[in-house]
Design a protein around this ligand. Structure first.
Ligand code: SAM
Length: 262
């Protein structure tokens, strides 16, 4: 029987697989999905509550290396709201080039991107700056997640990890309805408009079906606050802040790490 914590039933973590992680998954579908995630993030502004914490981590000159950026994630909502001038470099193992370029054109002073594949498990040391990961840390197995943290600590990077996904029965039950309704209702408004988006959403519903699977699996793979705390225990040379921020309908789990001397 799962434990109950903070009013929600907790269930054991399952690694499973997400379509968007698979090499064989067509880039066309992956990009349509990450375009949609970016649009949802912009429309529902669910990462806005993390902005004060993010701003506290950056100074005016800091560069943010965003890993697993997908279609750009929350940056189109955060950049206009920030009182600081954020400079963000978008990266991904499977870069969504069209959307990276779209965001760069929209925010030429804040957004850059890397067009080559950048694996979060091996950040090139020459890519200097603090690191953020949005809605993606759950993709990594515990040993990979620990390795990512160890690499960042070795490179003395400031770290900000933010997850809207949560391993709660409530999210696993609610997410499929929200995802299907969200996709069907918002697809006509996602820019740039593409015939393929309509075809694979309404006519042959590959995008809603794979999105629902990935959404449920994302919840089942998400790390709890206690698990994240155990993961950072081997790194006392860092100050860690781990917790949840309210952002209805689901809280955001965050992990922030900074070298002790900074
Ligand atoms: C759920 S999407 C999140 C996208 C974005 N951060 C957001 O908030 O909308 C996960 C992203 O992680 C990327 N990804 C998966 N494995 C990766 C890896 N090993 N290194 C870098 N990116 C990876 C996928 O290509 C995908 O774009």
């Amino acid at each position: 029987m799962p434990n109950k914590k903070n009013g929600f039933l907790q269930i054991p973590r399952k690694q499973l697989f997400e379509f968007t992680d698979q090499v064989w998954f067509p880039a066309l579908f992956r990009d349509l999905i990450t375009d949609g995630l970016n649009f949802a993030s912009h429309l529902f502004r669910y990462y806005t509550p993390i902005l004060p914490r993010l701003e506290a981590l950056t100074d005016q000159t800091a560069t943010i290396i965003d890993l697993c950026s997908g279609g750009g994630g929350p940056w189109s909502q955060l950049i206009p709201l920030s009182e600081k001038k954020l400079r963000v470099i978008l990266t991904d193992k499977y870069p969504n080039m069209a959307h990276f370029e779209h965001l760069r054109t929209q925010f030429p002073e804040s957004i850059e991107y890397r067009s080559e594949s950048i694996d979060a498990r091996q950040i090139p040391p020459d890519l200097e700056g603090m690191v953020t990961i949005f809605t993606s840390f759950h993709h990594f197995k515990p040993e990979e997640a620990s390795q990512i943290l160890a690499n960042m600590v070795n490179q003395r990077r400031v770290i900000g990890i933010f997850e809207i996904t949560e391993r709660s029965l409530f999210q696993i039950c609610a997410a499929p309805f929200l995802i299907v309704f969200g996709i069907l209702a918002t697809t006509p408004f996602i820019k740039p408009p593409k015939l393929s988006r309509f075809l694979w959403t309404y006519l042959i519903p590959v995008i809603p079906i794979t999105n629902v699977w990935d959404g449920i699996v994302s919840s089942l793979r998400s790390y709890t606050v206690d698990e994240l705390q155990a993961m950072v225990a081997p790194f006392p040379e860092y100050r860690w802040e781990i917790g949840k921020i309210e952002s209805p309908p689901f809280p955001i789990t965050y992990l922030i790490g900074q070298p002790n001397e900074s």
